[in-house]
Design a protein around this ligand. Structure first.
Ligand SMILES: Cc1cc2nc3c(=O)[nH]c(=O)nc-3n(C[C@H](O)[C@H](O)[C@H](O)COP(=O)(O)O)c2cc1C
Length: 361
């Protein structure tokens, strides 16, 4: 017996509504609670281990690609082990795990900034052995833990930092402020290039549009992006998140995204690029640390930042991006690109997983 078109449409609508409802009901417990952390909550009278665990409240506020939060931590009396949670890596958009390590570097930097603030000296060993162990941070109480003249700007910016995807104003950032951002984040192994060059802006815009074209015609990319959107960790939550997932997976949203990205880049006064000599995981971790320090310094100065990774996520556009940047910029292996400038506040913070979920005992 033939089934009428109306029946097919009605059944499809019910199926889609069912998927949306199931998705909402099965939503993981990510929330905004993590942003309520207060300095006065520091457990000054508790064990050393509890004090170190407290610092992780700041580590988890770090940015990460697709807000994937691909980290796990193990705390002991004198150190914190930082592990990669590879199950949360982006297999399609970030096949070589560059962004996973940059994200982990951001969390590592927040941890170290917080440790310094609460009176600990830290030393970091990268990849000290065990599989997936990305860093061991040894923390010792400083001789003069609460030096009143210490610089609290970066620490205070941890709670204020966010990705700002609004259009940026054309107004210039003072040379002194740009210099402060660079000097507060300087690392001998990592280069930052900030430019206002219009030819580079146009070239970068074209590469982002080209990368979007490649990615949005790949069903696996759309399905991965849809998965993270649907978790409600990248802006819209609940039903809206599920609708965003369905739109990315089933509709052709690539051209619209490219139009939006092109407008954003075109209106942005500054673009930033971070590079290293090598393209290995330690370099990406260090890039993450520098990116986060630069971002915290920018936040402290009222300047917004928006990472844009598309052009680095497809082989062709990545190669062209390196060619686009002038030799004197020192950009060898470009690892991260971002927009920089003044803008209206970016809106609500993005959600975070509860701390218990990322602690390994
Ligand atoms: C390595 C890395 C790459 C990122 N790439 C992009 C990107 O291409 N586009 C974008 O809009 N946001 C990007 N972000 C920002 C994340 O989506 C953002 O950090 C995350 O959703 C958490 O939100 P928050 O930064 O406001 O706390 C990136 C962040 C990191 C650390």
């Amino acid at each position: 017996m033939a089934v009428s078109t109306t029946k097919v449409v009605v059944i499809s609508i019910f199926l889609i509504l069912g998927m949306v409802l199931a998705g909402v009901l099965m939503q993981p417990e990510a929330s905004l609670d993590a942003w309520n952390i207060k300095e006065s909550d520091f457990p000054a009278n508790d064990s050393r281990e509890e004090k170190l665990a407290f610092l992780l409240n700041y580590a988890v506020l770090a940015p990460s690609s697709h807000n994937s939060q691909p980290w796990k931590f193990n705390v002991s009396n004198e150190s914190i082990l930082v592990f990669a949670d590879r199950s949360r890596g982006l297999q399609v958009a970030d096949a070589d795990q560059r962004e996973l390590y940059i994200s982990m570097g951001c969390a590592l930097e927040n941890l170290i900034v917080a440790a310094d603030h609460f009176g600990y000296n830290s030393s970091v060993a990268y990849f000290p052995g065990e599989k997936d162990l990305v860093a061991k941070v040894v923390l010792q109480p400083a001789a003069n833990p609460f030096n009143p003249s210490r610089d609290t700007r970066l620490f205070s910016a941890i709670l204020a930092r966010q990705t700002n995807r609004n259009p940026y104003e054309p107004r210039a950032i003072s040379e002194a402020d740009l210099e402060t951002m660079k000097s507060l984040s300087s690392d001998a192994n990592v280069s930052i290039f900030i430019t206002r060059d219009s030819a580079i802006r146009k070239g970068f815009q074209d590469l982002v549009v080209q990368a979007n074209g490649i990615q949005y015609s790949d069903a696996n990319f759309k399905s991965e992006l849809g998965h993270w959107l649907g978790q409600g960790v990248m802006g819209p939550t609940g039903v809206q998140a599920k609708m965003a997932q369905l739109a990315v997976v089933f509709l052709d949203v690539g051209p619209e995204q490219s139009k939006k990205d092109a407008l954003l880049i075109n209106s942005t006064p500054y673009l930033g690029f971070i590079s290293t000599a090598k393209n290995d995981s330690i370099s990406s971790l260090k890039v993450g640390r520098v990116l986060e320090r630069f971002w915290l310094a920018a936040t402290a100065l009222g300047v917004s930042l928006h990472p844009m990774s598309q052009a680095l996520e497809t082989a062709q556009t990545k190669a062209n991006l390196t060619e686009l940047l002038p030799a004197e910029s020192g950009m060898m292996q470009v690892q991260q690109a971002f927009r920089l400038g003044y803008a209206k506040p970016g809106g609500a913070h993005s959600t975070r997983r509860p701390l218990q979920e990322v602690l390994i005992t």
